[in-house]
Design a protein around this ligand. Structure first.
Ligand code: PLP
Length: 245
């Protein structure tokens, strides 16, 4: 911009500031992940940040992608269908919300990973619609037993994994959980530890096409604890994009 020709409303500057803000937040999150991984003797490279973009407009998603994000997460098929085709930068797309059986076909077209496989009927629907696609699946576990949360109860997890294996055309990469919200992140630790134990137990069964390499756990409030407990994927919304309305 040449001196003396500044526009009355320097909108460009605002967008640059917004860009820096998201970028800075991503940098701050990344630094905290690196520190948490080091505390646990882990390689920070093992942890993927999924920027949760629900209620975030495509322009701001693009800012995050320019800021170093490679993975994004949406929780509703309809919203994803409206937004994702507008993204110009490549990224890995994760479905992190509850998936209704009648939305499976669209979900398989829109996403690379589905984190919310939590029941036999969904395994069935995914298998029937997969049609040679390469969509990775995670089994969502209701570790805490909290009534309001989705996810398979731990005692039914093995049955679900065996069903996914029997389907023959599904690839399970690991487990996902949502810890009950608590202002104290330490409250989530036992739930994350439990998910890791379940994953280790399942891995020992060596079920065909059921790998246990990924652990999707940790959100804005508790991702450092999740990384300390072995998370490979943290799902972070508000710490990157600000509070949702
Ligand atoms: C919204 C959401 C997140 C991100 O939540 P924040 O607290 O904003 O980081 C993570 N996982 C799931 C399943 C979500 O629905």
């Amino acid at each position: 911009m040449t001196a003396g020709k500044e526009p009355l409303f320097p909108l460009q500057n605002y967008s640059i500031m917004a860009d820096l803000t998201i970028r800075e937040k991503i940098e701050a999150v990344t630094e905290r992940i690196v520190a948490a991984a080091r505390r646990a003797g882990r390689d920070p490279e093992e942890v993927t940040v999924i920027a949760v973009t629900k209620q975030v407009e495509p322009e701001r998603i693009e800012e995050a992608l320019r800021g170093g994000i490679r993975d994004i997460g949406e929780n509703r098929v309809q919203e994803a269908q409206a937004k994702l085709p507008h993204l110009t930068a490549a990224c890995t797309r994760h479905m992190i919300g509850t998936l209704q059986t009648n939305k499976v076909r669209r979900a398989l077209e829109l996403f690379d990973v589905i984190h919310s496989v939590d029941r036999l009927s969904l395994v069935d629907a995914l298998s029937r619609r997969m049609e040679g696609r390469q969509v990775d699946l995670l089994l969502q576990v209701n570790v805490s037993g909290e009534g309001s949360k989705h996810g398979v109860p731990p005692e039914l997890l093995e049955e679900l994994a065996l069903a996914a294996s029997s389907a023959g055309n599904l690839r399970v990469r690991g487990l996902m959980t949502i810890a009950p919200y608590d202002p104290d992140p330490e409250a989530a630790r036992p739930h994350f530890a439990k998910l890791r134990e379940l994953s280790e137990r399942l891995a020992r069964l060596e079920i065909p096409r059921v790998e246990m390499d990924w652990l999707s756990m940790g959100m804005s409030n508790d991702f450092e604890v999740a990384v300390e407990e072995g998370a490979t994927h943290v799902r972070i919304g508000s710490a990157i994009f600000g509070e949702r309305s």
